[in-house]
Design a protein around this ligand. Structure first.
Ligand code: NAP
Length: 243
C-alpha cells in the first residue's frame, strides 16, 4: 500500500517523516517550483504530472492506494486535480489543511479580500507596501510599479521587476524579533499577505498590527467539497491508520 503525499509544505515533510519512520510506503511529490527545495524523508518525485490526466496515469502506474493533499492552502489547482483524479479512479483522497488565521484575535482588524486583483485595487493608496504573496502573485501588482515596495520571496523572480521595488530573498519561518527589525528598517505602510495559516509566518502580521500598519489579507480559495480534511499531522496519521 503506497501513499502519495502532494507536498511543498512543512506539514507534508512532517507527515512523510512520521510515516516513513513508522514503516509506511510513501512517495512525496513536489512541484519543483523553488530552487533547492527542502526534501521530505523517503522517495520524492519532482515536477507537474501533466494535469488531471497525467496524475491519473501516475496514480495507476505507481499503484497508489491513497492520496494525501498536503499542498499549500493556495495551491488550488493541484488540489482540484487531486480531487478530480480521486473521483475518477476511486483512490481515496484526504486533505491536510493547516488552520487559517481567521480565528486570530486581531483578524477582525485586517482587510480581508477574495483575491489578488482586489488586493491590488484596495491597497491603491499605499506608497510603501510590503508584499509577501509569492512570486506568482507579482503580476497582480503591476500597477504598483511606482511604489517603494518591499517584496519578500523564496526565490528571486526570473523576470525583471520595477526599479522601485526592493526584493528580499529569504525563506521562513520568521520570528517576532526578525519581523520587527524588518518593519523598523523598511517602514512599510501596508502589509499584503495571504491566509497561509500556521505559525511560521504569522509574526509579520502581528508586528504590523503592533506598529499600526494596515494589513490586506487574501482569503483562501475553497477546498474541493467532497474531500475529507484534517488540520494536523497526528490527525492525518489517525485517519490513514484506520483505512
Ligand atoms: P498550483 O497552482 O495549485 O499548481 C499548479 C501546477 O503545479 C499543478 O497543476 C501541477 O502541475 C503542479 N503542482 C503543484 N503542486 C504540485 C505537487 N505537490 N506535486 C506535483 N506537481 C504539483 O500550485 P502552486 O500554488 O503553484 O504551488 C506549487 C507548490 O508549491 C505546491 O506543492 C505547494 O504546496 C507549494 N507552495 C505553494 C505556495 C502558494 O502560496 N501557492 C506556498 C508555499 C508552498 P500539473 O498540472 O502538471 O500536474
Amino acid at each position: 500500500m503506497t501513499i502519495l503525499i502532494l507536498g511543498g509544505t512543512a506539514e507534508a515533510r512532517r507527515l512523510a517523516a512520521e510515516l516513513v519512520g513508522a514503516g509506511w510506503s510513501v512517495i512525496s511529490s513536489l512541484a519543483g517550483r523553488v530552487d533547492n527545495p527542502r526534501l521530505p524523508a523517503g522517495p520524492v518525485r519532482i515536477g507537474g504530472f501533466g494535469g488531471t490526466a497525467g496524475l491519473i496515469d501516475y496514480l495507476l502506474a505507481t499503484r497508489i492506494s491513497m492520496i494525501v493533499d498536503a499542498t499549500h492552502p493556495f495551491a488550488a489547482q493541484m488540489s482540484d486535480h487531486a480531487a478530480q483524479a480521486s473521483r475518477r479512479t476511486g483512490i481515496p483522497l484526504f486533505g491536510l489543511v493547516r488552520p487559517g488565521w481567521g480565528d486570530h484575535p486581531a483578524a477582525a482588524d485586517w482587510d480581508w479580500v477574495p483575491d489578488l486583483a482586489t488586493a491590488a485595487e484596495q491597497g491603491g493608496s499605499s506608497r510603501r507596501p510590503f508584499i509577501t504573496t509569492g512570486r506568482q502573485s507579482l503580476p497582480a501588482f503591476g500597477s504598483w510599479a511606482d511604489r517603494e515596495a518591499l517584496i519578500r520571496l523564496v526565490d528571486v523572480p526570473t523576470t525583471p521587476l520595477p526599479a522601485n521595488w526592493t526584493v528580499l530573498q529569504s525563506r521562513g519561518p520568521y520570528d517576532h524579533d526578525h519581523e520587527r527589525a524588518l518593519f523598523e528598517q523598511y517602514r512599510p505602510d501596508l502589509l499584503v499577505t495571504k491566509d497561509s495559516g500556521g505559525d511560521h509566518t504569522i509574526a509579520k502580521v502581528e508586528v504590523a498590527v503592533e506598529l499600526g500598519v494596515a494589513v490586506l489579507i487574501v482569503a483562501r480559495p475553497p477546498i474541493p467539497e467532497d474531500v475529507t480534511t484534517v488540520d494536523s499531522v497526528p490527525g492525518m496519521i489517525d485517519l490513514l491508520s484506520v483505512r
